[in-house]
Ligand binder design. Structure first.
Ligand code: ADE
Ligand code: ZN
Length: 341
């Protein structure tokens, strides 16, 4: 078996994937037609995922949300991304969605979340993949809106919604603005993660760990600029969810060989790999692995470790994690035995 087929076949958990970034362009255009919505800046699938910087890219998110209106739309987009993930042997995913983006587009929270849950259930029964949801704070919005988001989650509890995260552009919108929303989420039994130090100093990682109480760090690439923070994260075994392809284009000269993930792994950061916004960056759950192998020199032992790191980072109970460690490792090793020499 060649390396690419091997990396496609190995079992995977997925902890860093955004619903809005996972929709095929043709589906957005199809749903826009269904609802007679004209997307302000984009009409053709070819135009949709073409952008020069992160602000235009995030603008595309908000634009596409205008096409996702009813419960069945949410079912469809959740189902499609999970069915695709299952083809890459993703067995478990914790997926970000932005309730306030959809609420701003006029969609009640229950419509969005219950549609997503319909899609999650259908994908589990058709493809065996299990998915849970992380409601993400749009950090470019206000701390008050983040509180409203958490209040909404608490008013409409769903077993599938297990935590909160934080996404959108970090530079001018540091994490400390949202400590109250994180406190409220924790008090209500929700798990906590945040995008931190994707494009901002490593200090944001400590803010997320210490002030917000985050259990994982999404991205975290600038950790390599602080020996002290890096050592702390290694010692505390903080799980980092890293996405090579979606971050190379804008932050690291579009060159995966320069990506900090390589240094992070070498220094012992407990990281796992995922694909962030797959169709928007022309990637998929195995392509990020394949390109990381080709450009960063990772081999089977690295991918085995990343897989187990991901399981450690999952928000499931300890007995489930222990069972997954055993079964994933056995399946991984059986595939590794078939790798071409
Ligand atoms: N939303 C989707 N992908 C993102 C990223 N890489 N950074 C911030 N917000 C995002
Ligand atoms: Zn992300």
């Amino acid at each position: 078996m060649d390396m690419s087929s091997f990396l496609k076949a190995i079992p995977k958990v997925s902890l860093h994937l955004h619903l809005m970034g996972s929709i095929q362009a043709a589906t957005v255009v199809d749903l826009a037609k269904k609802h007679g919505v004209s997307l302000p800046d984009f009409d053709e699938p070819e135009d949709l995922y073409d952008y020069p910087d992160i602000y235009k890219f995030l603008h595309m998110y908000d634009n596409s949300a205008l096409a996702i209106v009813d419960r069945d739309d949410f079912r469809r987009i959740a189902y499609e991304t999970l069915a695709e993930a299952a083809e890459h042997n993703v067995r478990y995913r914790e997926m970000f969605f932005n309730p306030t983006t959809h609420m701003a587009a006029g969609v009640p929270y229950e419509t969005a979340v219950d549609g997503l849950i319909d899609g999650i259930r259908d994908a589990e029964s058709d493809h065996g993949i299990v998915c849970r949801l992380i409601a993400a704070v749009n950090r470019m919005e206000t701390p008050e809106l983040a509180m409203t988001m958490v209040d909404t989650l608490v008013e409409h509890p769903r077993a599938e919604v297990i935590g909160i995260g934080m996404d959108y552009a970090e530079g001018e919108f540091p994490p400390e603005r949202f400590w109250k929303a994180y406190r409220l989420a924790k008090a209500n039994g929700l798990r906590l993660t945040a995008h931190a130090s994707e494009d901002a100093p490593p200090r944001n990682i400590e803010t997320c760990l210490d002030l917000l109480g985050c259990e994982r760090i999404d991205h975290g690439y600038h950790v390599i600029e602080s020996e002290a923070i890096m050592q702390r994260c290694v010692d505390e075994e903080v799980v980092f969810t890293c996405t090579p392809v979606s971050t190379a284009w804008v932050y690291f000269g579009d060159d995966l060989a320069n990506h900090p993930i390589k240094t992070m792994a070498a220094r012992g950061i407990k990281l796992m790999l995922d694909c962030d916004d797959p169709p928007m960056f022309k990637t998929n759950p195995s392509k990020d692995f394949i390109l990381a192998a080709e450009h960063m020199g990772f081999g089977p032992a690295d991918f085995r470790r990343f897989m187990l790191n991901g399981i450690d980072g999952c928000w499931v109970d300890d007995s489930t994690k222990a069972a997954w460690r055993t079964s994933y490792a056995a399946d991984f090793d059986a595939l590794a035995a078939q790798l071409d020499a």
